[in-house]
Design a binder for this molecule. Structure first.
Ligand code: AMP
Length: 114
């Protein structure tokens, strides 16, 4: 199977502005930011979307979420707040078939989302 865009970023085949990396996750700036700070954090394991995650992924998913909060904090977003978003499938607005959490901050987020 061919690599997804984010697998190519993880493999350093496509450049990205990386803000955090460890053995199991990578965080990098979104190429088309929707807020003053817009970072994506992805598992290195190729899970296509949250609806396809398995019980065996539980530890990785917990790590991903905790690191999302840690990255947001490192980027200075904790005092004013931020939003974490996972788009799942067509109606969710998913465009890249590799699980990712959007970290959005630096402006007030409207609710409900569009
Ligand atoms: P989603 O619509 O939830 O699947 O999010 C995919 C995100 O990937 C979008 O916000 C895109 O702007 C972002 N994106 C697409 N290509 C790149 C890239 N080469 N580097 C960083 N972010 C990207």
């Amino acid at each position: 199977m061919s690599k997804t865009l984010f697998e190519k970023i993880i493999a350093r085949e496509i450049p990205a502005a990386i803000v955090y990396e460890d053995d199991s996750v990578l965080a990098f700036r979104d190429i088309n930011p929707q807020a003053p700070t817009h970072v994506l954090i992805v598992p290195k394991k190729a899970i296509p979307r949250i609806s396809e995650a398995k019980t065996a992924d539980q530890q990785l998913l917990g790590h991903l979420l905790l690191k999302a909060a840690e990255v947001a904090d490192k980027l200075g977003l904790t005092p004013s707040g931020y939003r974490l978003v996972i788009n799942n499938g067509a109606d969710g607005g998913e465009t890249v078939e590799h699980l990712h959490i959007h970290i959005l901050g630096g402006r007030h987020m409207a609710w409900p989302p569009g």
